[in-house]
Design a protein around this ligand. Sequence first.
Ligand code: ATP
Ligand code: MG
Length: 179
Amino acid sequence: MYLKQIEMVGFKSFADRTKITFDTGVTAIVGPNGSGKSNVTESLRWALGEQSAKSLRGAKMPDIIFAGTQKRRALNYAEVIVTFDNADSYLPSEATVVITRRLYRNGDSEFLINGKKVRLKDVHELFTDTGLGRDSFSIISQGKIESIFNSKPEERRAIFEEAAGVLKYKNRKKETESK
Ligand code: ATP
Ligand code: MG
């Protein structure tokens, strides 16, 4: 599985529809300070179900919507569409997996997997144990390394559990026990 494309509309500094296509192998995004490099990685985290506005450097979730500039009015809507090549069936889904997340300023939001409306939980479940799941270790943002070093042993353990692929089973056990 690999990340093929990120498409953003109204996400942070990306007011116009912006598509970034990736190949297999390593890709580096370079640019001056403030040009939107971190915003690109945040758009990926957001599309995959990030729920913490703070970890996206905002106070509340609608802060991720393009807030306008002197020359351009703010938008009322943000959308990120992430496409994965899943030809190797790494994810339990189709050969191409497209995740869409939308948010309106009034707070309405939706998730889609391959064009079908789903719950946040479904997106989280699809990516659990892949390294792209909730609190995923594959996306290390500025400052995250220190926080991993400084975290409590139990918190650090969760990172290893996701890497080892056992989180899915632990979550299911918890869900069963709570019924
Ligand atoms: P650095 O090299 O300093 O890490 P960077 O390339 O990672 O910079 P980002 O942090 O991704 O840059 O982008 C910051 C820019 O995004 C700022 O100019 C900020 O004003 C803009 N920005 C963030 N949120 C919004 C928003 N909701 N609407 C419009 N612009 C936004
Ligand atoms: Mg940055």
